[in-house]
Write a protein that binds this ligand. Sequence first.
Ligand code: ZN
Length: 142
Amino acid sequence: MTFEYIPGIPLVHPVINDDNRAYWASLKEHVLSVQKCSNCGLLLHPHRPMCPRCLSSDMGWHVSPGRGVVHTWVNFVYDRAGYPGIKCPYVVAIVELDEGVRLLSNIIDMDPADVYIGMPVESVFTDVNEELTLVHFKKREK
Ligand SMILES: [Zn+2]
């Protein structure tokens, strides 16, 4: 099962700001980056202007190998329940990266009924259009 967009329905694009610009730019290069406090090393997602642990505003980036597990998930089965521009069924999941950071994403390339909590996953990149690349996850063998 692939993640499929419905042609003709505009997609919502992220609001790019100083906190997340590097994240979206790295996805365009098919690199998954998570924010890292340059002072104490805390990894963060989503992006913030200041570290919640040490209150430093010196934020950098950590390149993630993109490996993790499904923390939780939901399967959108009915078209009226999901996002209008995406064909159902599709899976929205919170993925916990091996570094401990959690991301909201989608699980693709498998039957949604077979997704389970703790399932090992790896990142893949979907070039939605010239302006937007998303990180998705697919099942990986251990
Ligand atoms: Zn910090």
